[in-house]
Design a protein around this ligand. Structure first.
Ligand code: PMP
Length: 407
């Protein structure tokens, strides 16, 4: 492994040292958001201490250095996901913002009445609702790739859904509620053989699996900074140049224009056409530092470490009577969702919290998934590179205690 030293990694994350409810924190809610390494926190403080100024506007020194630092992020993201051009990287507020951008702008240009949009049964609400809103506005139809009870997509059903009416496919790479890693290359290849572009929701993939948008041949790929060790309020939309150029702008305002008169406005070129208004500059700058941090350790090493940890956690949790894992797909990443017979997930979450163990309980913004499994929600432990076997042991012990108390 490149630089994978778990003790060094943990030491880089100051928040992991704190106690919660008088116990050492065990943070297993990384699918919701990750903690930040000191280099990212330092970059945030440094921005306001040393360079705060608006970007893309001033000739003055501070504006230039903050613009340069912000634009470094675009280049770092470009090489991180291997995009062909830096102007194919649009800096957004996050995954939700990126998907809404595509739904609105692609939708405006390419979706008409009775056209079809394909998503999957395991999408996060943010990859469902923007498409429903588009369908409502345009009279288009939303189609859903079904999944089986392991949480694997039914690829035959997907093939049958693709038709001349299909205008876009929008699917998650990794499910936040089940952990399934979808066969995204095959999903894209099948769509392309139908001349249909594909949006990949990489919100739960980008921090665990090395991405190459050219190899995947993704038309759009989106993710959030805060789930990959960067601050909240920044995210990415990658789009192939040909699509981004063919789409109208998202929001109107400063930065996205070339010329404005009261009679007519002309729009800026990529990427600025899609970046109206002052961005979250400090978070944008920090995203570059988070990418450097991940690169230094290496995503291959991170993935291997997290896969081993997930396998360990899965084996351990199955020793507890009454546990049912929700999401048992062949290929999984970093998510252990489960229920315990006769116990509400919320009650488990409350007891674990008292023990300093942070897990997520509820529907995980994937209510249709919960409906398919006929459950109100799950308890979800989601892993990051800084979690350890000791974290898992503490969690399993806490869970055993919760189950004994609540039965
Ligand atoms: N898609 C997936 C798969 C997610 O896990 C999440 C966050 N839980 C989102 C989209 C939305 O991300 P954000 O809230 O950062 O916009």
């Amino acid at each position: 492994m490149k630089n994978f030293d778990i003790n060094n990694i943990r030491a880089d994350f100051p928040l992991l040292k704190r106690e919660v409810n008088g116990k050492p924190l065990v943070y297993l809610d990384n699918g919701a958001t990750t903690q930040k390494p000191q280099v990212v926190i330092d970059a945030l403080v440094n921005y306001y201490t040393d360079m705060n100024a608006n970007v893309h506007r001033g000739v003055h020194y501070l504006s230039q250095i903050s613009t340069d630092a912000f634009e470094v992020t675009r280049q770092k993201v470009q090489s991180f996901i291997n995009a062909e051009h830096d102007y194919e990287i649009i800096i957004t507020k996050g995954t939700t913002d990126s998907i809404n951008l595509v739904a609105q702008c692609f939708g405006q240009a390419f979706i008409d009445k009775d056209d079809e949009i394909i998503i999957s049964a395991m999408e996060h609400h943010s990859n469902i609702v923007p498409w429903q809103m588009l369908c409502d506005a345009k009279g288009a139809v939303l189609k859903v790739i079904p999944m089986n009870d392991h949480g694997d997509l039914d690829m035959e059903a997907y093939k049958a859904l693709l038709s001349a009416k299909t205008k876009i496919v929008s699917v998650t790479y990794v499910s936040n509620s089940l952990g399934t890693i979808n066969p995204i290359e095959e999903i894209i290849a099948l769509a392309h053989s139908n001349n249909t572009p594909v949006l990949v929701d990489a919100a739960q993939a980008v921090q665990h699996i090395a991405l190459d948008v050219q190899k995947l041949d993704a038309d759009f790929l989106v993710f959030s900074g805060h789930k990959m060790y960067a601050p909240t309020g920044v995210g990415v939309l990658y789009g192939k140049e040909k699509w981004l150029n063919a789409m109208p702008p998202y929001q109107g305002g400063g930065d996205m224009i070339k010329d404005v008169t009261f009679e007519k406005t002309t729009y800026n070129e990529l990427p600025f056409k899609f970046e109206a208004g002052t961005p979250n500059i400090e978070a944008g700058i920090c995203l570059a530092h988070a990418i450097d941090y991940i690169n230094e350790i290496g995503l291959d090493a991170i993935q291997k470490y997290e896969d081993d940890l997930l396998a360990y956690a899965t084996a351990e949790i199955l020793k507890i009577e009454g546990v049912r894992i929700i999401g048992t797909a062949n290929k999984k990443s970093s998510v252990l969702s489960f229920i315990v017979d006769g116990i509400h997930p919320y009650d488990i979450g409350v007891i674990l919290d008292k023990l300093g163990i942070a897990v997520r309980t509820g529907h995980h913004c994937a209510q249709p998934v919960m409906a398919q499994f006929e459950i109100p929600g799950t308890v979800r432990a989601s892993l990051a590179m800084y979690n350890t076997k000791e974290d898992i042991d503490t969690f399993i012990k806490g869970l055993q205690r919760a189950v004994t108390m609540l039965k």
